[in-house]
Design a protein around this ligand. Sequence first.
Ligand code: UDP
Length: 324
Amino acid sequence: MTKIYTVVGNRPQFMKIDKGMPHQEIIHTGQHFDYNMSQVFFKQLGLPKPKFNLKCKNSGEMFDKLLKLFKKNKPDLVIVYGDTLSTLMGAIAADYAQIPIAHIEAGCRSNTKMPEETNRIIVDRLATVRFATTINCMRNLHKEGIIQHSHYIKGDPMFDAMNSFLPIKRTKNNGKYILLTIHRDFNDKHLKGILTALGKTDEQYIFPAHPRHHKLKVPANIKLIKPVGYKQMLSLESNAKKIVTDSGGVQREAYWMRIPCITLRDNTEWIESVNDGWSILVGSDKDKVVDAVENFTPEPNRHQSEFPVFGVHEKIRKILFKYI
Ligand code: UDP
């Protein structure tokens, strides 16, 4: 009997899971475990409950437990998504256990020194089959000589997940606030400066913060809240006047929803929205952030860059089963 293991563990992976994948058993590493960082996605998206909850406390434990599980149960394929530590440990453990690996969201590069990019580069090397969701990501794989068994899929699991909640209702606060998310390690040292600078602007902010930032002191015009559920987040995004973020997923959702995005990065792997003028890269420079908050206005009719099409999971499945 065919057995496919999907390894997840972090917020930006849950909405990417293919709930229609046959023979699938989900492994949750436990990296994100707060209700609003994890279970809420399973509930809201109707995802099958994980078969294995590994409750890992660190990457070493993740690797050991995954390797043991793979060796014992010998799945036919391991699927990993994106760029997190769970992605990396899932791929390394599968490689050690000599199990084929599928990497979904391959080839994303921003040439930024950050752990997420390191994870992606390694997983792309180890993977048996790779799925790039944009032409740019596919080109990156080609540049690195990873041509065989790399597939470009004009679609994005996040796009399909987001669309399953459309239309999103207009709330009474529509257009009255700026949504803020900051969680990349490289922004930690700039976080206070950025928040102080935003505190001096004439705007109201909503900041669903990562659990490690819950104790931060913020200016009065910034409402720091706990992470919100997926549906709530989509509503916060689509009703925002602008979004300030360093998140990969939020950048893309902002683009698809046509919300101006101020991206707290020097480079991004998601170049489509920058090329179309819907996202501006301001790095961690607080003056540039404030300037963009006050002045950044995309050209409303310019929205022509590559846009995902629906049905990504079906397309991936068709190819994937050739590898089993
Ligand atoms: N998200 C959410 N609640 C929040 C913050 C983010 O549901 O409080 C969603 C967001 O809509 C997007 C994804 O989580 O779909 C992005 O995850 P994150 O920013 O943690 O990771 P990244 O995309 O940077 O890897």
